[in-house]
Design a binder for this molecule. Structure first.
Ligand SMILES: [Zn+2]
Ligand SMILES: [Zn+2]
Length: 377
C-alpha cells in the first residue's frame, strides 16, 4: 500500500502559492519541484527546458504513459483571504496550477513506491507557460512524448462539487484566438468632420458587424463566441482622432468553424475599412486549438475516477482555452475537470482551490497511470 504525506503535500502547495511566477519565468517553481522530486529519488529527464521539468518512473520495457500538470501563474493581484497569499505583487496562482503541479507531484511520489511493479514507464510533465499557450509546443519539441501511448491532464473546476471528476468525449474546451484591430483614419477639428476619416465611427461599425460572425456565420449547432473587450481612441472632446484600436477574442470548438470565423473576421474588417476609406491592421494571434478527448481514453479515465472514489460525471464543453490541446494533436489524450466547489471562477482575484481534494487527486492520477500502463500493454 502506497502512502502519501498529505499535510506535507498541502504545505508545499501553499509554498508554491506564496511564490507564484509568470509564464516562462518559473525558475524558482522549477527549482522547488526539482528539490521535491530529488528528495523522493525520482528520476528527472535531461531536457532542454528553461523552466518546467519532466520526471520519469518505471523501467524501459512496456508502454509509456504521460501525466501532465502546469506550473505558471497569472498577472493578477491576489485578493483572496488565505494565510498563504501571494507575496509577489501583481502575480497570483489564480488558475490553480499550484494545485495541478502538487497533485502531479503526489502522483509521482505514489508511483515511485510501486516502481518495480509498473508495467512500463510514466512520465510526469510539470509544464511551463500554459497561460500563454507556449508551454506545450516547447515540451512536444523536446521529444519527451515520442512513442507515448496516451496523455492525461487535469484542471481544477470551481463549478463542480468536490468529489466529482468531470469530462466528456470530443471537444471539451474551446479553440482560443486573439485579435487586435487598429483603424487608421484622418484626424480633424471636431467641428469639421468632413475633413476627417473618423476612426471612432468606423470602430463602432466594426464592433456591430462582428456580432454577425456568431448570429449569421457560425453554424447554429456549433457553439462559438466573439467578444470585443477593449476599445480605445481619442484624447479630448473637440478633436477627431486619427486612429482607434480594439482587441478581443474568438472562441470555437470545431476546426471548421474556427477557420470560417477567422476568414469572415478578416473579410468584415477589411470590407468595412474599405467602405469608409480607412486603413486597418489586423493582428490575429492563433492560440491553442480545442481540447478534443479521445473517446476510449476518456471513458477509461472516468471509469477510473469512480474506482478511485470520485463521482464521475459527463460535463458540458467549456469555452475556456487550454494548451493541453497541442498534445492531443500528437497523441491520444483525455483531460479531466476536478471539482473543488469554490465560489470564485478561474482567473478571479479571490480564486481559491480546495486542499481537501489535493491528495485524492494525486491518488487518482497515480491509479490512472498504473491502470493505463496495463491497458496500453
Ligand atoms: Zn488559466
Ligand atoms: Zn489553468
Amino acid at each position: 500500500m502506497s502512502t502519501l504525506d498529505e499535510q506535507a503535500l498541502i504545505a508545499f502547495r501553499h509554498e508554491l502559492h506564496r511564490y507564484p511566477e509568470l509564464s516562462n519565468e518559473e525558475f524558482e517553481t522549477t527549482a522547488r519541484l526539482r528539490a521535491q522530486l530529488e528528495h523522493h529519488e525520482i528520476r528527472i529527464l535531461d531536457l532542454p527546458l528553461a523552466t518546467g521539468l519532466v520526471a520519469e518512473i518505471g523501467s524501459g520495457e512496456g508502454p509509456l504513459v504521460v501525466l501532465r500538470s502546469d506550473i505558471d501563474a497569472l498577472p493578477i493581484e491576489e485578493q483572496s483571504d488565505v494565510s498563504f497569499r501571494s507575496e509577489r505583487p501583481g502575480v497570483m496562482h489564480a488558475c490553480g496550477h499550484d494545485f495541478h503541479s502538487c497533485a502531479a507531484l503526489g502522483a509521482a511520489i505514489l508511483l515511485k513506491q510501486q516502481e518495480a511493479q509498473l508495467a512500463g514507464r510514466v512520465r510526469i510533465l510539470f509544464q511551463a507557460a500554459e497561460e500563454t499557450g507556449q508551454g506545450a509546443p516547447v515540451l512536444l519539441a523536446t521529444g519527451a512524448l515520442h512513442d507515448a501511448a496516451v496523455i492525461f491532464g487535469i484542471h481544477n473546476d470551481p463549478t463542480l462539487p468536490p468529489g466529482v471528476i468531470g469530462s466528456k468525449a470530443g471537444p471539451l474546451t474551446a479553440a482560443v484566438d486573439r485579435f487586435k484591430v487598429t483603424v487608421r483614419g484622418i484626424g480633424s477639428h471636431a467641428a469639421r468632420p468632413h475633413e476627417s476619416i473618423d476612426p471612432i465611427v468606423i470602430a463602432g461599425q466594426l464592433v456591430t458587424a462582428l456580432q454577425t460572425l456568431i448570429s449569421r456565420n457560425a453554424p447554429s449547432n456549433d457553439n462559438a463566441v466573439v467578444s470585443v473587450t477593449q476599445i480605445h481612441s481619442g484624447t479630448t472632446w473637440n478633436v477627431i482622432p486619427d486612429s482607434a484600436w480594439l482587441e478581443g477574442t474568438v472562441r470555437s470548438f470545431s476546426a471548421e468553424t474556427r477557420e470560417l470565423l477567422s476568414q469572415r473576421f478578416h473579410q468584415i474588417i477589411n470590407g468595412i475599412a474599405a467602405a469608409f476609406n480607412a486603413q486597418v491592421e489586423i493582428d490575429w494571434q492563433a492560440g491553442p486549438p480545442s481540447v478534443v478527448n479521445d473517446a476510449n481514453w476518456v471513458e477509461f479515465a472516468l471509469e477510473q475516477a469512480s474506482q478511485s472514489g470520485f463521482e464521475a460525471r459527463v460535463v458540458e464543453a467549456s469555452p475556456i482555452g487550454e494548451d493541453f490541446a497541442f498534445y492531443q494533436q500528437a497523441l491520444p489524450g483525455a483531460f479531466m475537470m476536478i471539482g473543488t466547489g469554490e465560489p470564485y471562477a478561474l482567473h478571479h482575484p479571490a480564486f481559491r482551490v480546495n486542499d481537501d481534494v489535493l491528495a485524492p487527486t494525486a491518488r487518482y492520477l497515480s491509479e490512472l497511470a498504473v491502470k493505463a500502463l496495463v491497458k496500453a500493454s
